[in-house]
Design a protein around this ligand. Structure first.
Ligand SMILES: Cc1cc2nc3c(=O)[nH]c(=O)nc-3n(C[C@H](O)[C@H](O)[C@H](O)COP(=O)(O)OP(=O)(O)OC[C@H]3O[C@@H](n4cnc5c(N)ncnc54)[C@H](O)[C@@H]3O)c2cc1C
Length: 412
C-alpha cells in the first residue's frame, strides 16, 4: 500500500488530497497543517476583514470531509524537517511519519518590513483566517491607517480601511500602484478607486520606521522623506517568504521557490511541490515561472496528485491564471504574467476603462483589464493557442475583440 503525505492544507494541498483519493482508493493519505482549521477560502478572508462576511461561508472543508474520504488530517502540526533519504517527515510534537511519496504545499508567509518597530502592536500582515479576525477586530476600533505594499495584496488592506471607515494613507515607493504591470493611465484609475473609498495614495514614499506609544502600539509611519503619517492601524503587504525552512538539507533545488517541472516533480525522487511556493516550468511561456493565485494553486495540486498516483508523467500543468479585484465600482482582472514579456500594447477607453496586453516572442503572455473584462476569454484563448498576434495590436485593442478579424496565423 502506498503512503502519501501532503504538507499544507491550503487549496493546493487539499485539492491534491482529493485527487489522490480518487486516483488511489487503497492508499493511505495524510495531510499535515500547522493551522488550527481545515481548508478555508483564503480569497474570501478579506471580505471578513472588511466586516462584510461572517465566518461560516469562508470555511470550505469540515473535519468530516477528511473522515469521509479516509484521509488523515493532522491540524496544529508543524513540520520541522524532512529526511528524503529515509523518506521520513519530522514534526514538532506529533512524531515522525514515513512516506512513499511526498507533496510540499506549504505556501508562504508575509514578509516583514526590515525597519524599526515593524513588529509593533497594530501592524498587520494578511495571510490566514486568524490574521483576518485580528484585522477585523482592530480595524473596527481604528480611525487612521497606513498601508504599505503597492501590489495585489496591499490593495486588500486599502479596501479593508475603506470599508471600516479608516482614513488611510497608502505609501508607495514609486509613482503609482503596481508599477510593474500598469502604466500611469491604468494606475490612475486604481488611484481614483482608492480615493473613492477614503484611501489616499502617496507616491515616492514608503516606510523608514514606525513610531510607537509607551505600550508598544503603532502611532505613526515615517517615510524616507521624513514625512510622518499618523496611524493606529497599519497593513503591510510587501511580499511572501516561501515556507521552505524545514527542507534545509533535503536536497531540493530552490530558486526563490521550489523548482519543479511541468509535472510538479522536484529534483528529488518521489517529492513533488504545488501552489504558491513553486517555480514551475510554464509550458505556455517556455520558461520557469511563478504564480500566486488560487486557481493556479488548485490546479497544481491536482496535477501533482495525478502524477504521484500514476507513477508516471501522466499530465502536465498548463494554465492561464487570473486574479480579480472587486473592491471598487469598476472590475479589475490580471491574467497570465502581466509583468513579463518583451512587448506590450495598451489603451485607455474612458475614465474607468483601460487595457494592457503583454507579449513575448509575438505571443500573448498576460495582461490587465480594468473596467471591461469581456475581452478576457479571447485573450486567454490566444494565450493557450500560443498564437503570434503582436503584429495585430489594433484588433486586440478594439473595444470589442473579435477573433475572426485576426489575420490567419502565418506558418513560422
Ligand atoms: C488576503 C488574501 C487575498 C487573496 N486574494 C486572492 C484573489 O482574489 N485571487 C486569487 O487568485 N488569489 C488570491 N490570494 C492568493 C491565494 O489565496 C493563494 O495563491 C493560495 O491560497 C495559495 O495556496 P497554497 O495552497 O499554495 O498555499 P497556502 O494557502 O499558503 O497554504 C499553505 C499551508 O501550509 C501551511 N504550512 C506552512 N508551513 C508549514 C509547515 N512547516 N508545517 C505544516 N504546515 C505548514 C500553512 O499554514 C498553510 O495553511 C489571496 C491571498 C490572501 C492572503
Amino acid at each position: 500500500m502506498t503512503h502519501y503525505v501532503i504538507i499544507g492544507d491550503g487549496i493546493s494541498g487539499s485539492s491534491a488530497a482529493e485527487t489522490l483519493r480518487e486516483k488511489a482508493p487503497d492508499a493511505t493519505i495524510t495531510v499535515i497543517t500547522d493551522e488550527g482549521e481545515p481548508l478555508y477560502n483564503r480569497i474570501l478572508i478579506k471580505e471578513h476583514a472588511k466586516g462584510k462576511l461572517p465566518e461560516a461561508p469562508i470555511s470550505i472543508h469540515e473535519e468530516g470531509w477528511y473522515e469521509e474520504r479516509d484521509i488523515e488530517l493532522s491540524l496544529n502540526t508543524h513540520v520541522t524537517s524532512v529526511d528524503t533519504d529515509a523518506k521520513v517527515v519530522h514534526t514538532h510534537d506529533s512524531g515522525d511519519l514515513e512516506y512513499d511519496k511526498l507533496l510540499v504545499a506549504t505556501g508562504g508567509t508575509p514578509t516583514q518590513l526590515p525597519v524599526d518597530n515593524s513588529d509593533a502592536d497594530g501592524i498587520h500582515h494578511f495571510w490566514t483566517f486568524e490574521d483576518a479576525r485580528g484585522i477585523r477586530e482592530h480595524a473596527e476600533q481604528s480611525d487612521t491607517g497606513v498601508i504599505v505594499g503597492a501590489g495585489l495584496l496591499g490593495i486588500d488592506f486599502a479596501a479593508v480601511c475603506g470599508a471600516q471607515g479608516i482614513e488611510a494613507n497608502y505609501l508607495m515607493r514609486g509613482d503609482r500602484w503596481w508599477r510593474y504591470a500598469l502604466s500611469a493611465d491604468g494606475a490612475e484609475i486604481m488611484h481614483g478607486g482608492m480615493r473613492d473609498v477614503g484611501v489616499e495614495p502617496v507616491f515616492d514614499s514608503g516606510v523608514d520606521h514606525f513610531e510607537t506609544d509607551d505600550d508598544g502600539h503603532v502611532t505613526a509611519a515615517v517615510d524616507p522623506n521624513g514625512d510622518r503619517y499618523e496611524c493606529d492601524f497599519a497593513g503591510v503587504a510587501i511580499g511572501l517568504s516561501f515556507n521552505t525552512e524545514f527542507l534545509r538539507g533535503a536536497g531540493l533545488e530552490e530558486d526563490n521557490g521550489i523548482m519543479v517541472d511541468e509535472y510538479m516533480q522536484t529534483n528529488v525522487d518521489d517529492v513533488y511541490a504545488a501552489g504558491d511556493l513553486t517555480r514551475f516550468y510554464d509550458v505556455l511561456l517556455g520558461e520557469q515561472a511563478q504564480n500566486g493565485s488560487w486557481g493556479s494553486a488548485k490546479e497544481q495540486g491536482r496535477i501533482a496528485a495525478v502524477n504521484m498516483a500514476a507513477d508516471d508523467e501522466a499530465e502536465q500543468f498548463e494554465w492561464v491564471s487570473s486574479y480579480s479585484i472587486t473592491h471598487f465600482d469598476f472590475p479589475f482582472l490580471s491574467f497570465g504574467h502581466p509583468t513579463l514579456g518583451d512587448d506590450h500594447a495598451e489603451r485607455k477607453y474612458s475614465d474607468t476603462e483601460w487595457r494592457r496586453i503583454a507579449f513575448k516572442d509575438g505571443k500573448i503572455v498576460g495582461g490587465v483589464l480594468i473596467g471591461d473584462l469581456s475581452p478576457q476569454t479571447a485573450f486567454k484563448q490566444l494565450m493557450r493557442e500560443q498564437r503570434v498576434v503582436a503584429d495585430q495590436k489594433e484588433v486586440l485593442l478594439e473595444q470589442s475583440v473579435d477573433l475572426d478579424e485576426l489575420a490567419p496565423t502565418q506558418e513560422q
